[in-house]
Write a protein of this length. Structure first.
Length: 876
C-alpha cells in the first residue's frame, strides 16, 4: 500500500522530473498579505509571481503547502472528507506551460505513476472552455461522456484573498462507485452525493482581479494546481474516509485508546473532529498564531472550543487536546521539523486554553439547554442574537459553535442580531486596517513597477552613486519635485536599507550634482523596490539625474548594534529557556530593540540576568560576524534559525556570529560583536498568549538610559541632601520617621479629645437620671468617635452620647447609650434614623450603638441639637 509519505515523495519527484523546482511550504500565516488570515492554497506564496510584479528566478515550481481553511468548519468530522488543515500538492507555471501540459501532467501522474484506473476518472471543465475540453478529449483521450461542463461556481477559481490571479479551472474526479451514489440517473461530477470525489484542481490563471472585483488579463498566463493530499490518500489506499488513511488513522486510534471509546456511531464525528482540530492547532500555533479574541487567533479559539465540545461528548473532562500534540509531532515531525521544536510551547498554551474553557463549558451548556427548553415551549425555532451574544460573552461560546449545537437540535441562531450585538461592543476603539488613501496606494504601485528590483548596496557601502529612476508626490508619478515638497524617490541602486525583518528604514540625504538635496526620513520597500520617503530641502530634484545617496551613518551603526544584539539574545534565550524559543517578531531602531518569542511563562529575575550576562559575554568575546548567501536547503542544514511566518526565497542570507548564533536574516549587522558595546534588558512582558517580549538597549540606548537615571539620582541626592550612596538609607529613615510622627499625631489627637471629656461630662444636661453628652468635633474619624464614646460610657454609668464630626469633607454621626440608659428607654438606633438625613445621609443601628455618615458636615450642629430633642422626646 502506498503510504501518505510515499505520495509526498512521488509527487515531488514526478514534477522535479518535469523540470519543476521544489519550493518548501510557506508558513500558515501569510507574510505581506493582510487580506488573508491563513494560507489557503499552494499558490498563495506565489501570488506576486502570477501577478508579474516581481522578476522571476524560475518559471516552474512544485510544492506541498500547509493550508488552513475554515469555511467548512461545521462539517469537519461529520463528513468523510472535510478538513480545516490539509496539505496541498501543487505544480505551478509562471508564464511557462499552460493548459495542454498541465492537463497531460495531471493525467500522467494519476494514471501512470499512481495507476488509477482510467475509466474511473472523470473531469470537469469551465462551461465554455472548448480548448480544455478538446485537450482532455482529443489529446488525452478521455471519452466525451466523462467530461462535464460546469459553471462559474464550480469551475472558476480565485483569487485567494482580496485580489490576485484567477481563472477558469478543470477538475479531476474519481468515481468511488455507485454504492456511494444517490442513484439518480443523471448523477455525475457536480452532484452533491459522495460518489464522485474531486481530487485535483487545475486553474488556468488568465486574469488579475483587483479589490473592486474587476478582472483584467494577466501579463502572462499561468498554471496553479492543487490536490488535497488527504483525499488523494483515500483513493490510493482505497478507504472511504480521510480519517482511515494511514496518518490520520494513527491519531484516531490514539484518541480512542486514551479516552477509552469505540470508533462507532455518534463517536465517529466527535473523534474525527478532535483529530483534525488537534492537527490544525499544532501546525497553526507552530507558525505563530495563538488562540485569542480576534483575527486569526479567534479562528484558532473556535477550532479548539469546537474540539472540546466534541471531547465532552466522548466523556473527556480534563484538558486533552494538548496531549495529542506529541502524537501529531510523531507522525508529521519528520516532514515538518518546525512542529518538533515548538511542541512544548504549543502544549503549554493549549493546556491553559483548554482549562479556561472547560471551566465555563458545562455552565454554558446548561444555559443553552434552558434556552432550548424555552424555545420548544414557545414554538420559536430561533435563538435570539441577544442570547447567542450572552453565551459568547459570558461562557466563551463562539456564535458558530452555538449555531452548530442549535442545528443538532433543529434550531437556528439569529446571526444578524448576534452580529449587531457584537458590533455594538466593537464600536469603541474600532480600527480599520484598510488604507483609505487610494491615490497613495496606486502611486506606490506605479513606483514599484518602475523601480522593480532596486539594487541594495548598503551591506558594504554607506554612500552610493546612483540615478533617479522615478519620483512621486504621493498622488502620482512625476518628473520633478520642488524645494519644500514632500515626496518619494526611487533610485536604481541605494545604500538605504528599507524597513523589513523588524529593522527600521535608513534616513539620510540624497544629494544632486547641482547641490539640490532630498532629505530621506524613512525608507520602505514596495515589493522589491526601495522607496525613499522625505522632502526636498534645497533646489529642484529631477528624474534621471545622477545623485549620491548617503545614509545617516551614526543612526545606521546604532541600528546595527541593536539588530545584532537581537540575534545574540535569541541564542541566549534558547540556551537559558530551551529550544522551543523562536522569534515571533522583532523591532530595532537606533534607540532600542524589541524581541518577541514563543515561551509560556514569565521569565524569572535570575533567567533575565543570565540571558543578559550571556549576551554581554558574547559581545565582549568580540565574535566575528559574517553573512553568507546560500540555497535554502543548505541553510536549513546548518541549523540556522528561520523566523515565524517569514517567507523565504530559494536563496537566503545567513548571518553568523562566531559559532554562537546563526539566523536567516536580510538585515544589516556589526562586523564584530564587540561593536555592540553593551546590552541591557529593560523590560520583560507578554504581548499575547504563549509569547514573551523583551525590550532592551545597546550603545546609545544604554548611554541615554544611564543619563536619565543619573539625573533622577542627582535630583534625589539634592532633594534629600545626601550623597548618592546614602540616598536609600536616608529615604528609609525618613519613611520610618514619618510613620512614627503619624502615630504621635494620633496619640495627641486622642489625648486632646479625652482632656475635654471631663468638662463635657460635667456640663452635660441630665434627664431622668441620664446624662446627655452632646458634642461636635473637627477632624475626628468615625473610629475616633467610637473610642471616645466608649470612654464616656465607662466613665458615666447612665449616659447617652450624641457625637458628630467632620472629617475629610464628610460628616460622621454616633449615638450611644449605656445599658442602664437603654433600660430606661434610650434607643440610639431610633435617634440616628431621625438625625442622619440632616447631614445628607442615612443609617441605623442597635439600641446601645448606632453610627451614620453624611455628605453635609455643615449641618452637624443641627443634627446633634435635633438628636438631643429626639432623645428627650423618647425618654419623657
Ligand atoms: N488554487 C487552487 C485551489 O486552491 C488550485 O491550487 O484549489
Amino acid at each position: 500500500m502506498l503510504l501518505v509519505k510515499d505520495l509526498r515523495d512521488s509527487y515531488i519527484e514526478f514534477f522535479k522530473s518535469k523540470q519543476h523546482r521544489h519550493i518548501h511550504s510557506s508558513s500558515l500565516v501569510p507574510k505581506d498579505d493582510p487580506t488573508l488570515l491563513f494560507t489557503t492554497a499552494g499558490m498563495v506564496q506565489f501570488k506576486p509571481m502570477f501577478a508579474g510584479t516581481i522578476p522571476l528566478e524560475y518559471t516552474r515550481a512544485t510544492s506541498i503547502q500547509k493550508c488552513l481553511r475554515t469555511s467548512d468548519l461545521e462539517n469537519v468530522g461529520r463528513t468523510k472528507r472535510h478538513c480545516t488543515f490539509f496539505e496541498m500538492l501543487g505544480n505551478f507555471s509562471f508564464g511557462d506551460y499552460f493548459k495542454k501540459e498541465a492537463i497531460e501532467y495531471a493525467w500522467e501522474y494519476s494514471t501512470v505513476v499512481l495507476r488509477l484506473p482510467k475509466d474511473r476518472i472523470w473531469v470537469s471543465v469551465f462551461e465554455n472552455d472548448d480548448e480544455a475540453f478538446n485537450i482532455w478529449n482529443k489529446t488525452v483521450g478521455v471519452p466525451a461522456e466523462r467530461i462535464v461542463r460546469l459553471g462559474k461556481a464550480d469551475n472558476f477559481w480565485g483569487p485567494a484573498g482580496d485580489s490576485g490571479a484567477c481563472g477558469p479551472c478543470s477538475e479531476l474526479y474519481i468515481d468511488k462507485g455507485p454504492q456511494l451514489g444517490c442513484g439518480k440517473p443523471d448523477c455525475k461530477p457536480g452532484c452533491d452525493c459522495e460518489r464522485y470525489m474531486e481530487y485535483w484542481n487545475i486553474v488556468f490563471n488568465q486574469y488579475f482581479q483587483d479589490t473592486d472585483g474587476r478582472q483584467t488579463p494577466l501579463p502572462q498566463t499561468g498554471i496553479d494546481t492543487g490536490m488535497g493530499l488527504e483525499r488523494l490518500a483515500t483513493i490510493v489506499q482505497d478507504v472511504e474516509s480521510i480519517f482511515q488513511t494511514n496518518e490520520l488513522k494513527q491519531l484516531v486510534d490514539f484518541v480512542c485508546r486514551e479516552l477509552n471509546v469505540k470508533y462507532e456511531g455518534n463517536n465517529i464525528p466527535a473523534v474525527n473532529a478532535m483529530v483534525e482540530h488537534a492537527r490544525s492547532l499544532t501546525f497553526a500555533m507552530t507558525d505563530g498564531a495563538y488562540p485569542s479574541n480576534e483575527g486569526r487567533g479567534y479562528v484558532l479559539r473556535r477550532i479548539l472550543r469546537r474540539a472540546l465540545r466534541f471531547g465532552r461528548m466522548l466523556g473527556m473532562k480534563e484538558p486533552f487536546v494538548y496531549r495529542m500534540v506529541d502524537e501529531v509531532v510523531a507522525i508529521y515531525g519528520s516532514y515538518y521539523p518546525e512542529i518538533v521544536s515548538s511542541a512544548k510551547n504549543v502544549k503549554n498554551v493549549l493546556e491553559g486554553e483548554e482549562r479556561r474553557f472547560l471551566e465555563t463549558l458545562e455552565k454554558g451548556i446548561d444555559r443553552l439547554d434552558e434556552i432550548f427548553a424555552a424555545l420548544s415551549k414557545n414554538g420559536s425555532g430561533k435563538i435570539s442574537g441577544h442570547d447567542a451574544f450572552l453565551l459568547y460573552d459570558t461562557y466563551g461560546f463562539p456564535a458558530e459553535m452555538t449555531s452548530e449545537m442549535a442545528m443538532e437540535k433543529g434550531f437556528s441562531v439569529d446571526m444578524e442580531e448576534f452580529s449587531a450585538e457584537m458590533e455594538k461592543q466593537r464600536e469603541r476603539g474600532k480600527q480599520s486596517w484598510k488604507g483609505a488613501d487610494n491615490a497613495f496606494e496606486s502611486a506606490m504601485t506605479e513606483l514599484a513597477k518602475i523601480g522593480s528590483g532596486t539594487v541594495f548596496t548598503g551591506y558594504a557601502e554607506t554612500e552610493t552613486a546612483a540615478t533617479v529612476a522615478a519620483l512621486s508626490d504621493g498622488r502620482q508619478v512625476i518628473d520633478a519635485l520642488k524645494e519644500g515638497m514632500k515626496g518619494y524617490v526611487v533610485l536604481d541602486k541605494t545604500a538605504f536599507y528599507a524597513e523589513s525583518g523588524g529593522q527600521s528604514g535608513d534616513t539620510g540625504e540624497i544629494v544632486f550634482g547641482d547641490g539640490a538635496v532630498f532629505v530621506v526620513e524613512d525608507t520602505k520597500k514596495s515589493s522589491k523596490t526601495f522607496v525613499h520617503h522625505g522632502y526636498v530641502k534645497k533646489g529642484t530634484i529631477r528624474k534621471n539625474e545622477p545623485v549620491s545617496a548617503r545614509i545617516d551613518i551614526v543612526r545606521r551603526s546604532l541600528i546595527k548594534g541593536n539588530h545584532s544584539a537581537t540575534h545574540l539574545l535569541q541564542a541566549a534565550l534558547r540556551q537559558v529557556l530551551g529550544d522551543h524559543v523562536k522569534q515571533a517578531g522583532s523591532f530595532v531602531d537606533a534607540d532600542r530593540l524589541r524581541f518577541d518569542f514563543s515561551h509560556f511563562e514569565a521569565m524569572s529575575v535570575e533567567q533575565i540576568d543570565r540571558v543578559e550576562q550571556i549576551v554581554n559575554t558574547k559581545i565582549w568575546e568580540n565574535l566575528a560576524v559574517s553573512a553568507k548567501e546560500m540555497k535554502i536547503e543548505e541553510a536549513l542544514k546548518t541549523g540556522a534559525m528561520a523566523e515565524f511566518g517569514e517567507k523565504y526565497g530559494e536563496v537566503v542570507r545567513v548571518v553568523s556570529m562566531g559559532e554562537f548564533s546563526r539566523e536567516f536574516c536580510g538585515g544589516t549587522h556589526v562586523d564584530n560583536t564587540g561593536k555592540i558595546g553593551v546590552f541591557k534588558i529593560l523590560k520583560e512582558s507578554s504581548p499575547g498568549a504563549g509569547m514573551r517580549r523583551i525590550e532592551g538597549v545597546t550603545l546609545k540606548g544604554v548611554a541615554d538610559r544611564y543619563s536619565s537615571l543619573e539625573s533622577i539620582v542627582s535630583a534625589l541626592a539634592a532633594e534629600f541632601n545626601a550623597p548618592e550612596k546614602d540616598i536609600v538609607a536616608r529615604i528609609k529613615d525618613l519613611a520610618a520617621e514619618n510613620k512614627s510622627l503619624q502615630k504621635e499625631i494620633q496619640k495627641a489627637k486622642s489625648a486632646n479629645l479625652a482632656s475635654n471629656l471631663d468638662t463635657m461630662i460635667a456640663e452635660a444636661e441630665e434627664i431622668a437620671g441620664i446624662k446627655i453628652i452632646a458634642q461636635t468635633f473637627d477632624g475626628a474619624s468615625a473610629d475616633d468617635l467610637r473610642v471616645l464614646a466608649d470612654t464616656v460610657r465607662n466613665k458615666v454609668q447612665s449616659s447617652v452620647v450624641i457625637f458628630a464630626s467632620s472629617c475629610d469633607g464628610k460628616a460622621s454621626l454616633l449615638v450611644a447609650a449605656t445599658r442602664p440608659a437603654v433600660d430606661k428607654g434610650a434607643d440610639a438606633g431610633a435617634v440616628i434614623k431621625k438625625i442622619a438625613p440632616i447631614v445628607g445621609g442615612g443609617g441605623g443601628g442597635r439600641k446601645d450603638l448606632a453610627q451614620a455618615g453624611g455628605k453635609d458636615p455643615s449641618k452637624m450642629k443641627d443634627a446633634v441639637a435635633e438628636g438631643v430633642t429626639v432623645f428627650k422626646g423618647i425618654i419623657k
